[in-house]
Design a protein around this ligand. Structure first.
Ligand SMILES: C[S@@+](CC[C@H](N)C(=O)[O-])C[C@H]1O[C@@H](n2cnc3c(N)ncnc32)[C@H](O)[C@@H]1O
Length: 279
């Protein structure tokens, strides 16, 4: 049974001013929290930038830093990508010589002559593969990357033909450009694709068609997917003979073949196999 205390106020007697006061105060904690998060985020960015700047200056790369920063600052919404800076820049920088050697070995395995060839990389990160292609005489190097940091980093590095976006959609915006080599390593996760296989395979069919349209006659497409993001889910998806996996069956049916295993490029368990096709 409810007992009336008689203290309840009649809401109809509230003046509009009171309700505005009530509404404002209702949202006040959210505003305070937003402001606090903004301040924390700002401090965090400054903290990250301090170290980024220090190490770039030490590496004699102040110009790159200033230019990168200018571009990021002009796009306020991009600043969160700074948090990736440490994660990616440092880990890739640490790996630089290994990645350059890996790219050389992939090109040797493909036995391609890149002199004067236009190349496209999907998911280039720091662009070491593109660097090696240019060293081998490629005419131009285009790229698609979803990460604003890598996008601007590559632009600053001198790769002007870039698309910032999700490659699943961006490949349909290639607007008639043709490439002799399209290379993608690590920009798709097999586990994710297998989770929604019908939809994923339909999307990937269109994606592969777009890539083929963008390849010159006799050109080559190379795809090295990332397999395991979460070891537990990977165990479920990827057991037994890799060639019996549904993703592999799908890509083989599309006319791709496994490239020979390349030490340092095909790393178990993340990158067990690379597929390639001559168009
Ligand atoms: C694991 S890294 C591999 C980098 C490089 N290919 C290599 O072999 O070192 C994956 C790269 O793909 C990009 N990427 C991942 N998903 C993507 C997507 N849906 N669209 C475009 N780029 C994507 C990431 O930003 C990153 O640069």
């Amino acid at each position: 049974m409810r007992i009336s205390t008689g203290a309840a106020t009649d809401s109809s007697k509230r003046t509009p001013k009171t309700s505005i006061f009530v509404i404002r105060n209702f949202f006040a904690p959210t505003r305070i929290m937003n402001k606090t998060l903004q301040i924390i985020f700002n401090l965090y960015s400054r903290f990250v930038l301090f170290f980024v700047r220090r190490s770039l200056i030490r590496a004699g790369n102040e110009k790159l830093y200033t230019e990168l920063l200018n571009r990021l600052n002009k796009n306020y919404f991009l600043t969160p990508s700074l948090k990736w800076f440490q994660k990616y820049y440092y880990s890739y920088k640490r790996d630089e010589s290994r990645k350059l050697k890996e790219a050389e070995e992939v090109l040797t395995a493909l036995n391609l002559n890149l002199a004067g060839a236009p190349v496209l990389e999907i998911g280039p990160a720091n662009g070491y593969f593109l660097d090696v292609c240019m060293k081998h005489g490629a005419k131009s190097a285009g790229f698609i990357d979803i990460d604003p940091y890598f996008y601007y980093y590559l632009k600053v590095k001198g790769y002007k033909e870039g698309i910032l976006g999700n490659h699943w959609k961006a490949v349909h915006k290639l607007k008639g450009q043709k490439y002799s080599l399209i290379y993608s390593k690590g920009a798709m996760i097999v586990d994710d694709l297998l989770m929604r296989r019908e939809r994923s395979f339909a999307m990937m069919s269109e994606w592969l068609s777009a890539l083929e349209k963008a390849t010159v006659n006799g050109g080559v497409i190379v795809i090295c997917p990332h397999w395991r993001d979460v070891p537990a889910s990977a165990k479920r998806q990827y057991t037994g003979n890799i060639l019996e996996n549904d993703f592999v069956k799908f890509i083989l049916e599309k006319g791709y073949s496994p490239l020979k295993f390349i030490e340092g490029h095909n790393i178990e368990p993340n990158y067990p196999v690379t597929f390639w096709k001559r168009v």
